[in-house]
Design a protein around this ligand. Structure first.
Ligand code: IMP
Ligand code: MG
Length: 196
């Protein structure tokens, strides 16, 4: 078998600081799973993951919920590229199944302006679920454009651009095991592709 020189990738070089490390993430996700398990007391639940950023959180959270679960996904994009929201939200992939009469939790990676969630809640509420709540891993400490009720919050974080544990910048850094603040020098002077 041929052996080549390994390519080195040091994402740590692009990270200003670690905001939430892997252990804190694991512990908090377990607490959220316990809380949801208690709140829904034996009922079954649909978790709707918002692609792609919430995927890591959703698969970890799902394994901490001890209830019959269905998983479904939507994709919405509010960022035209870069680190500031564009204001317009587009649904790029819809649910596979009906949620009528079901207890539903929207699982989101991060709530920034609140626009994405406000739009999603509006759309999904119209499909007559029995109940509809939101679980957000991260909520940014900033004035929100849209008031959204996030029933389950993982962490409140400062208003900085963060990556890791599913969150990206220009599709990268999703596979970091922690949440870190991206160095501003990485995203100034470049035009990245849209992240979700
Ligand atoms: P909102 O519509 O402004 O609340 O933005 C929510 C979406 O923007 C999230 O689902 C993320 O995909 C993305 N987003 C917001 N802030 C960040 C961040 O700090 N890092 C990575 N993605 C972010
Ligand atoms: Mg997202």
């Amino acid at each position: 078998m041929p052996v080549s020189v390994p390519t080195t990738w040091n994402p740590q070089d692009d990270i200003e600081c670690v905001l939430v490390d892997a252990e804190r993430l694991r512990n908090r996700v377990r607490e959220l799973g316990d809380e949801i398990t208690r709140d829904y007391g034996g009922r079954s639940l649909v978790l709707i993951g918002v692609l792609k950023g919430a995927v890591t959180f959703l698969v970890d959270l799902a394994r901490e919920i001890r209830l019959p679960l269905e998983l479904d996904f939507v994709a919405a994009s509010s960022y035209a590229g870069g680190t500031e929201t564009s204001g317009a939200v587009r649904i790029r992939k819809d649910l596979d199944d009906s949620i009528e009469g079901k207890d539903v939790i929207i699982v989101e990676d991060i709530v920034d302006t609140g626009l994405t969630l406000q739009r999603l809640i509006g759309t999904l509420a119209g499909r007559k679920p029995a109940s509809l709540r939101v679980c957000g891993l991260l909520v940014k400490d900033r004035p929100r454009t849209e008031q959204v009720d996030v029933k389950y919050v993982g962490f409140e974080i400062p208003d900085r651009f963060v990556v890791g544990y599913g969150l990206d910048y220009a599709e990268r850094y999703r596979n970091l095991e922690f949440i870190g603040v991206l160095r501003p020098s990485i995203y100034t002077n470049s035009a990245p592709a849209a992240g979700t």
